[in-house]
Design a protein around this ligand. Structure first.
Ligand SMILES: Cc1ncc(C[n+]2csc(CCOP(=O)(O)OP(=O)(O)O)c2C)c(N)n1
Ligand SMILES: [Mg+2]
Length: 223
């Protein structure tokens, strides 16, 4: 199940790993054509970054100077293996060089670094210079799904990242040290977020199942 909101220009996720990359470039193509000044962010993982369609997209995006930012969320793991076992070149953003697309590595655990890199990439696109790649270095705490025993790493590794590099803990420290917020303010935010999530979960659980006829909505087939 994926979220989608045309009104908010949020075009969802896709069940096919990396399929969102050419779709993101397509949206950027439309924006360029319509001259509306918009920039598209298209997000994908380290696993997805080894899919062929990513590189077909890079070629076209750079050829047509599309206003698209490719955000690689490198959390070090794909479905059941680590980047170390699956990937020859450890630096994903550098692959843009083959197509003339600039990019950089960003500390994904540092909110201010991510903000600054995002702004730089948007300015690049808005200046008509074409696509940009941001490789966001982060970490995946949980397995791929309920059935992932995560045998590809140790518990100690996960614990160490939680203790030393956690992104939320980092922003918490920045806010407290800079006196932008008190412990109580942060507790109130936590409480509010829990309420929003609980309400959304309750809404999903209590909503009626779609009618069976919906199975055919927006499905087309040639006989
Ligand atoms: C084309 C395709 N192959 C395989 C899968 C199964 N699959 C779902 S997620 C996933 C791994 C994705 O890893 P990554 O891109 O690193 O994303 P992460 O879950 O770490 O954010 C795979 C192989 C799929 N959905 N689509
Ligand atoms: Mg990953």
């Amino acid at each position: 199940m994926h979220m989608f909101s045309q009104e908010k220009h949020f075009y969802g996720g896709h069940g096919i790993v990396a399929a969102q990359v050419p779709i993101g470039a397509g949206l950027a193509f439309a924006d360029k054509y319509l001259e509306n000044g918009r920039v598209t962010f298209t997000y994908f993982g380290d696993g997805a970054a080894n899919q062929g369609q990513v590189y077909e997209t890079y070629n076209m995006a750079e050829l047509w100077d599309l206003p698209v930012i490719f955000v690689i969320e490198n959390n070090q793991y794909a479905m059941g293996t680590s980047t170390k076992r699956s990937t020859k070149s450890p630096s994903y953003w550098e692959r843009g060089a083959a197509y003339g697309i600039p990019g950089e590595e960003v500390d994904g655990m540092d909110v201010l670094a991510v903000k600054a890199a995002g702004e730089k990439a948007v300015a690049h696109c808005r200046a008509g210079k074409g696509p940009y790649i941001l490789e966001i270095k982060t970490y995946r705490y949980r397995g791929h799904s309920m059935s992932d025993p995560a045998k590809y790493r140790t518990r100690e590794e996960v614990q160490k990242v939680r203790e030393e590099r956690d992104a939320i803990e980092h922003v918490r420290e920045l806010l407290l040290q800079g006196k932008h917020a008190s412990e109580d303010d942060l507790k109130a935010i936590d409480k509010e977020i829990k309420e929003v999530v609980n309400e959304a979960a309750e809404f999903a659980k209590t909503s009626p199942e779609p009618d069976l006829s919906e199975l055919w909505t927006d499905i087309y087939a040639d006989a």
